[in-house]
Design a protein around this ligand. Structure first.
Ligand SMILES: *Cc1c(COP(=O)(O)O)cnc(C)c1O
Length: 455
């Protein structure tokens, strides 16, 4: 097993060489040279941790031993808040909700980032290396990353977020962490400004010469494969021949993890992509015209995205791994902010995915309807999926993903049901703690000197 890039299918990188890097030098995303298949019979009656081991091991076996991986996985999921780690909730007949908010920051990002945190410190200790994690967040990724890396010895963490533009819970989850290796930088600008500064710093030679910069955003390969685990896990909880999945989508990470499960042999019937009003995925797959519109703020901020980075991985797979075509396509897309997906690639993508788009008012209506009818309170991201789950009428079992706990998004819940969501005990604690952050003007140089001072 080695790793190739979507823009260079002849690349031969080891897992260790791609783990700490975001992008390949050619600008592409990493993918494994082949898709290992998994025998489902061997997974019956296994725990979440054992399933995780079976799925992840083939991808990293050249660099991490069988027993070390077991240890890392067991440590990772020990501090999750549910015995089943990712429980399935039967909402109605053949309709299920896969709940992914039992990690320490109450959103599905924990399932992969907690694992990444433990894997990083294991490998750094072995290699006696230090790294600097740098990332921009619109909310969930930042808090999940901070929780995953707090107190880790060989890692300094810098997270940029738009000042006054994340929910109070999301902000407090970042700013109340006391460990000295965590640095919150509130930028007087938008999420796009934060992301631009991060990108510029990644190519800044002075910073590069002083530290080893590491990206932890959702294009990191190990995050994709760690998410593939709960698709297998949920299937194994049922006694069905095949299942459909419904996935609220933004950066195309979670849905691509489902696609990987299918490559690895999971009998998935239909895959449903759901977007909010930022519907570039929906439009691109329906019409073949991939075109960036202005980002709209919605009730589901973690899906407010116009560039779904991981979609490049699917374009590559659907082109039969043709990196020449991918180079042309992606370079043209970044120049003109729009491109037409070649017909053969589009046809293939359409044969894999169904797509839907759900408006803000439908989100509120769905939250209300599930609350009234089933006494089930969902967060606004989850509600985009439940809107589709409600409409699907098939004999096949449908599983819709619950991406975050409703308490993280009080305003949307209040607008939907005129009541505030109950706050779980562990989340209440952050309201008594003192906040720690640095507010900075929207300038790369200021962020740079702050980082240089602290590493
Ligand atoms: C990140 C996130 C999403 C979108 O997932 P992608 O992997 O980016 O498609 C949806 N809902 C919540 C709550 C999230 O945090």
């Amino acid at each position: 097993m080695h790793y190739i890039s979507t823009r260079n299918n002849r690349l031969k990188e080891s897992f260790l060489n791609i783990l700490f890097r975001g992008l390949s030098n050619d600008g592409g995303l990493f993918l494994p040279s082949e898709w290992p298949t998994i025998s489902l019979e061997n997974l019956n009656d296994k725990s979440y941790q054992e399933v995780a081991h079976a799925i992840i091991f083939p991808y990293i076996k050249d660099d991490v031993s069988d027993s070390d991986l077991k240890l890392i996985i067991n440590t990772t999921y020990k501090n999750f808040n549910h015995q089943k780690i990712a429980p399935l909730f039967n909402i109605d007949k053949n309709k299920y909700i896969l709940e992914l908010f039992y990690g320490p920051t109450f959103a599905f990002k924990d399932y992969a980032l907690q694992f990444l945190g433990h894997l990083f410190s294991y490998l750094l200790k072995k290699r006696k290396k230090k790294i600097t994690v740098l990332g921009a967040t619109s909310g969930d990724t930042g808090s999940a990353a901070i929780n995953a890396f707090k107190g880790k010895e060989d890692i300094e963490v810098f997270i940029l977020y738009p000042h006054n533009n994340v929910s109070e819970v999301q902000r407090r989850q970042m700013t109340t962490v006391e460990e000295p290796n965590i640095h919150n930088l509130a930028i007087e600008g938008t999420f796009d400004d934060c992301q631009r500064i991060v990108k510029e710093l990644f190519v800044d030679e002075e910073i590069q010469s002083k530290t080893s910069l590491t990206a932890i955003n959702s294009i990191n390969w190990i995050r994709i494969i760690a998410q593939t685990v709960y698709y297998f896990w949920s299937y194994l909880q049922l006694n069905e021949e095949k299942v459909n999945f419904i996935v609220p989508s933004g950066n195309f990470g979670n849905i691509f993890s489902a696609r990987v499960a299918k490559y690895m042999g999971l009998p998935i019937n239909e895959l449903h992509i759901v977007t909010n009003e930022n519907d570039i995925l929906y439009r691109s797959i329906k019409t073949g015209e991939m075109k960036i519109h202005k980002v709209k703020q919605t009730y589901s901020p973690s899906m407010d995205i116009q560039i779904s980075s991981n979609f490049e991985r699917q374009l590559f797979e659907s082109s039969d791994r043709d990196s020449i075509i991918l180079n042309e396509l992606m370079i043209s897309f970044s120049k003109k902010r729009e491109v037409n997906i070649p017909n053969n690639i589009l046809k293939n993508i359409q044969s894999i995915y169904n797509t839907h788009t759900v408006t803000d008012s439908e989100v509120l209506q769905t939250i209300r309807e599930f609350y009234d009818k089933y006494d089930y309170l969902s967060d606004p991201h989850t509600a985009t999926g439940l809107n589709v789950l409600n409409k699907l009428n098939t004999n096949v079992t449908n599983i819709s993903l619950a991406c975050a706990h409703p308490a993280k998004f009080k305003n949307a819940i209040f607008d939907a049901i005129k009541k505030e969501p109950p706050i779980p005990h562990d989340l209440k604690k952050i309201f008594d703690k003192e906040e720690k952050m640095t507010i900075l003007e929207n300038k790369k140089e200021l962020v740079k000197s702050k980082i240089l001072k602290l590493i």
